[in-house]
Design a protein around this ligand. Structure first.
Ligand code: GDP
Ligand code: MG
Length: 459
């Protein structure tokens, strides 16, 4: 019955499933929290000028509803908003598992065909939140164990991975992949490999860390043997004797793909209609050239797996059909307002291939620089007799507001030698203290435009 109703609702365009996609720490959880808060306060129109349904006065109200999938934990909006709007305000905790949320948006219909039958209509919006680490598992679906191992071999030839992987690689040299299977060796190799991934993440903020569950296992997989394998060097596909370390690692890799990765994407991603891709470009600028390259390549690799249109992997596997994609550069409150167009152009250039592919397949796209929660104010200062634009906010490590000029966002990727130390200085800020969070939506930058693009045509 549920499935049947759901189908009817979808045919009448009464249901939208929104995929919020982004690498770890790109701002997914904060985006979802702010989106819900903006919609719950949507009838106070002043904070969403570009969201037409709110601005036209046709919005009747929004409510969080019981989600359709009862076996998935609910997105803890109440907890997240309590932290964001607490005293002192804090950012929500990093996400360690999947959660889901359903919103019902009630509005006065404008549709000439249905408005006489039912002048008040409801649009259901389903959103899931999950750790960004798991996205990097998607490209594995197209790689054999040997191809994946080879890819990691290549990555480890360059710094910082070359040094960070030293201990793990030294251990691989102590045995032969064609040796008889040995649980102790397999466990030790996977522990050292997982340590290497953690170092890449914590020291350099790298994203291309596969398998994704090694750094973020989720509650159900901690300590499971399916997380005990790693890539091997010097393997030959014809080494295919049974019961060797190589065949055992390969078996676990295939199991991981089939029962963890495919299962997750089939269950949660197959029915999405719309997608927002969040990228924290500014963090990569701060961390330097290798981190930037890693972010760009990770995102492009993931988006290649999404490949919109009939030939795409997710379409072939699960019938995914997305008709609109919003590319969003997050945390736009870290830069001065004049820099927003540069940030948008930069993101567009960075994801040019995906963009081109999506529009070729008939997917409607847009690029936006946005802040889900605006933590800074635009201000001006005088420096050497010149008036310069700056931002004012409370840095994450401090309790006092400061004004600073965070630097210019380049339109094109700087050459490796142009990433000089301290060229970019995009500070992290504390969330703003708000006197009355129940009076109006959270302060934001262009979240209303994001809502209009993602949902506007459904009303
Ligand atoms: N200034 C600012 N910081 C943000 C914003 N959104 C996210 N952040 C920062 O980015 C961090 C990660 O955000 P989160 O939503 O947890 O990322 P996720 O891993 O993609 O879910 C937060 O803890 C904040 O420090 C924003 O709109 N403005
Ligand atoms: Mg999160």
């Amino acid at each position: 019955m549920n499935e049947w109703l759901s189908r009817i609702n979808r045919t009448l365009d009464k249901e939208v499933k929104l995929a919020v996609t982004g690498l770890s720490r790109s701002g997914k959880t904060v985006f979802i929290t702010s989106l819900v808060h903006q919609l719950l306060h949507g009838t106070e129109t002043s904070h969403l000028p570009f969201f037409q349904i709110a601005n036209s006065g046709r919005l009747r109200g929004t409510k969080a509803m019981p989600q359709p999938d009862l076996h998935i934990p609910s997105f803890r909006y109440d907890q997240a908003i309590e932290q964001l709007c607490g005293e002192p305000p804090r950012w929500p905790e990093p996400t360690s598992g999947i959660s889901e949320l359903r919103l019902a948006i009630r509005y006065i219909s404008n549709n000439p065909l249905t408005k006489h039958i039912s002048p008040v209509s409801t649009l259901y919006v389903d959103i899931i939140d999950y750790p960004g680490e798991w996205l990097l598992d998607l490209p594995l679906l197209e790689l054999t164990y040997e191809q994946w191992s080879q890819q990691i071999v290549e990555l480890c030839k360059q710094e910082p991975r070359l040094s960070l992987s030293e201990k793990w690689r030294a251990f691989l040299d102590t045995f032969n992949p064609s040796d008889n299977v040995n649980e102790t060796i397999i466990r030790e190799a996977s522990v050292l490999y997982t340590d290497f991934l953690h170092k890449c993440k914590n020291k350099y903020g790298l994203n291309l860390l596969q398998p994704g569950r090694f750094t973020m296992p989720g509650d159900d997989l901690k300590g499971a043997p399916v997380l005990e394998f790693c890539p091997l060097f010097n393997i030959h596909e014809n080494d295919d004797e049974n019961n060797t370390i190589y065949t055992e690692m390969k078996k676990r890799y295939e199991y991981y793909k089939e029962y963890i990765v495919k299962k997750f994407y089939k269950e949660h991603f197959s029915s999405f209609d719309r997608q927002i891709i969040l990228a924290d470009v500014l963090k990569a600028f701060n961390k330097g050239h290798p981190t930037f390259i890693d972010m760009r390549d990770s995102l492009n690799m993931v988006l290649k797996s999404f490949q919109y249109g009939k030939s795409g992997l997710l379409n072939k596997l699960f019938g995914l059909k997305i008709d609109k994609i919003l590319f969003a550069a997050t945390k736009a409150d870290h830069v001065t307002p004049e820099q927003l167009p540069n940030l948008e152009t930069f993101l567009q250039n960075m994801l040019a291939n995906t963009h081109n592919h999506a529009t070729f397949e008939g997917v409607d796209t847009q690029t936006l620089a946005l802040a889900s929660v605006k933590c800074t104010q635009a201000a001006h200062a005088t420096y050497q007799g010149q008036r310069i634009s700056c931002i004012k906010g409370v840095p994450i490590e401090s309790n006092k507001p400061i004004a600073l000029f965070p630097g210019e966002v380049p339109v094109k990727t700087p050459l490796p030698e142009e990433w000089i130390k301290d060229r970019f200085h995009f500070l992290d800020f504390k969330p703003p203290r708000l006197a009355n969070i129940h009076g109006s939506g959270l302060p934001h930058i262009r979240l209303d435009r994001a809502l209009e693009f993602l949902l506007g045509d459904k009303f």
